[in-house]
Design a protein around this ligand. Structure first.
Ligand code: ADP
Length: 266
């Protein structure tokens, strides 16, 4: 499905953000990328669909080498890759429904969603997703009237309406409170599993990663330092990954957040 081989990114500033990163995902699993700030998690996610241009190495999705594509083919390939962003990237003046439907155009060209007519099947799919993310009745609400949790649920629906072959998620909960973060992660992972979409999530919060991912990749200083199951993330491994950074505070904060959750609440 996805084969990342010896991916390297050195920014113009000279920062080596990725050093020979290789990852293979050959089943529809949810993979969390964890690690301290600056480890290269976001760069990795963005090099896969070339929002950031890798310096060397290759990314193959279902047999197609994305790193070798010209701009037209890259646009086509991106239509098969869903992306969910930390800051949601919704079009604020458009309604929830228009934002979700813009996913049909590929996330790179969502401005073109403006005044588009969509096939009835797309509209039906959008309504169905709206319900799944707990936003039924919000179809005509403008994005700028929504809370952070609601916005991210629109972001999830917009990514999944593409029926993507791969879902890339960049810090989906960084702007949300702990309880909303769990709700958003639960919806995201449930839908990704249902659609059997391999999913890579850059997530700083270790507890969320352990709760929702099947596989965890730990990064440090541009390199993979751990690749295993959530159960294998012992305190020693976490200290190896995070070094000086205090991951345990976050873990403590996130626990005790298992109060009953109503999907539309936040
Ligand atoms: P993470 O997502 O793990 O916090 P990033 O991928 O954002 O890490 O950053 C990895 C390294 O690359 C950091 O040292 C960061 O400062 C640097 N970096 C990220 N984006 C840029 C950029 N656009 N230009 C130069 N350096 C960057």
């Amino acid at each position: 499905m996805l084969a990342i081989r010896e991916l390297t990114k050195t920014y113009d500033t000279g920062t080596a953000a990725l050093r020979n990163v290789s990852i293979t995902i050959d089943e529809p699993q949810v993979v969390a990328i964890i690690g301290p700030s600056g480890a290269g998690k976001s760069t990795l996610i963005r090099c896969i669909n070339r929002l950031v241009e890798p310096t060397s190495g290759s990314v193959e999705l279902n047999g197609e080498n994305l790193t070798a594509l010209g701009s037209r083919d890259l646009r086509r390939a991106r239509r098969h890759i869903g992306m969910i962003f930390q800051e949601y990237n919704l079009v604020e003046r458009l309604t929830v429904m228009e934002n979700i439907l813009s996913g049909r155009l590929g996330y790179v060209s969502f401005w073109r969603a403006f005044r588009r007519n969509y096939p009835a099947a797309d509209v039906a799919a959008a309504f169905s997703l709206l319900e799944r993310v707990g936003l039924e009745g919000y179809e005509n609400t403008r994005a700028d009237a929504l809370s952070g949790g609601q916005r991210q649920r629109v972001g999830i629906a917009r990514a999944l309406i593409q029926s993507p072959d791969l879902l890339l998620v960049d810090e989906p909960t960084a702007s949300l409170d702990p309880k909303t973060s769990r709700q958003v992660m639960r919806i995201l992972v449930e839908l990704a599993r249902e659609q059997k979409t391999p999913t890579l999530i850059n997530i700083h919060d270790v507890q969320l990663a352990k709760t929702f991912a099947n596989r965890i990749i730990g990064m440090q200083d541009g390199e993979i330092v751990f690749d295993g199951k959530p159960g294998q993330l012992t305190e020693k491994v976490l200290t190896d990954i995070y070094g000086e950074e205090d991951w345990s505070t976050e873990a403590a904060q996130a626990s005790g957040e298992d109060a009953p959750e109503t999907a539309a609440a936040s």
